[in-house]
Design a binder for this molecule. Structure first.
Ligand SMILES: Nc1ncnc2c1ncn2[C@@H]1O[C@H](COP(=O)(O)OP(=O)(O)OP(=O)(O)O)[C@@H](O)[C@H]1O
Ligand SMILES: [Mg+2]
Length: 319
């Protein structure tokens, strides 16, 4: 399933703020790039957290951040100018258009034009720009759920907004691309915390309302305690240990908290499995690891899961 996911042309990584969208996007891009493949990881945030995860500065054009991996920031105004440069014949004329009050007014007033341009850029990179060789995968580190939904909704609604003109037709093609499960997949990232899980369920329903299927739910920051309730009982029954460690009760309370959290985590997984029916990928909490080391560790976990799935496949029958 992870292999199938990574072989799409575009992955749109959506989730509640702070659950790890950027880290997971960077890890997905890293795993595919190692195949080897050419991967473009796009981010919405001008601060460039994704580029920073690779130790790079953010930029508006693709810049190589690691072997096989490029990053770029999506910016509606910049992308629109880039698009116009393909249709406006001279640079001087383009400059005059872009700097004109009418242009600014149009961009600000046209509902959803910026959002459309942002999603349209993925399509443009894959279909219309002739990079040589082309990208094997584009990963979009989308904004947090609510804003991601408005960005994704736009090309789907733009056909009505912009009619049958060139913008409306392009929007229609982008919408078809987003809804084609063979080419594009939405990945929902969540943590096991109750707020994140309930937002995941809501986002899933909203995406489905837009005709977008969620290809996988990634449960990030899963913590598996290395002990169980029996271990706690055994510990409490050892008087020698109790005498040696007078704060054993505090330790016991902490351990019980951890077990309660683990039980909550299992319930969250079961709920999402039951309600969404989408495949689930679990990534572990990497305590004290951040930046590029975190991306590499999450990529290692994903690659191990992908290898495990491949070895679990029934072997092709040898003649
Ligand atoms: N599996 C993990 N183990 C440990 N730390 C993690 C893990 N995943 C993410 N983090 C940490 O959680 C924080 C948020 O992660 P990240 O920036 O990837 O989330 P985000 O969803 O992109 O956030 P934002 O909504 O601000 O864009 C970061 O400090 C990151 O290092
Ligand atoms: Mg982020």
């Amino acid at each position: 399933m992870i292999d199938q996911l990574l072989r799409r042309q575009a992955l749109i990584v959506v989730g509640k703020g702070g659950v790890g969208r950027t880290s997971v996007s960077a890890a997905l891009a890293t795993v595919r790039a190692a195949d080897p493949a050419r991967v473009l990881a796009m981010e919405y945030d001008r601060l460039g957290a994704l580029a920073a995860a690779f130790g790079r500065k953010p930029g508006l054009d693709p810049a190589q951040a690691a072997p096989g991996l490029w990053t770029m920031v999506l910016d509606g105004a910049h992308q629109l100018e880039e698009y116009l440069s393909t249709v406006v014949p001279s640079r001087a004329l383009l400059k005059a258009v872009v700097n004109s009050g009418a242009y600014g007014y149009f961009v600000d007033a046209a509902p959803g034009l910026r959002e459309l341009i942002i999603v349209g850029k993925i399509f443009h990179e894959l279909e219309l720009r002739p990079p040589a060789p082309p990208w094997d995968l584009i990963v979009l580190d989308a904004p947090a759920s609510g804003q991601a939904l408005s960005v994704l909704r736009m090309p789907l609604a733009a056909h009505e907004t912009f009619g049958a003109g060139i913008v409306g037709r392009t929007a229609h093609r982008v919408a078809q691309f987003l809804r084609d499960p063979a080419r594009c997949a939405v990945v929902l990232v969540t943590s096991p915390e109750p707020f994140a899980v309930s937002e995941t369920l809501e986002t899933h329903a909203a995406l489905r309302g837009l005709g977008l299927e969620v290809a996988a739910v990634i449960f990030n920051r899963m913590r598996a305690p290395r002990f169980d309730a029996h271990d706690l009982v055994r510990l409490a029954r050892r008087p020698a240990l109790r005498a040696a460690a007078p704060r054993l009760d505090d330790l016991g309370a902490l351990a019980r908290d951890e077990l309660r959290r683990a039980a909550g985590q299992r319930r969250a997984l079961a709920l999402v499995r039951r309600r969404l029916g989408a495949p689930i990928i679990e990534l572990a909490e990497c305590r004290g690891v951040e930046g590029l080391a975190l991306v590499r560790e999450l990529a290692r976990q994903l690659a191990a899961l992908r290898a495990g799935e491949a070895s679990a496949q029934p072997q092709a029958h040898q003649p």
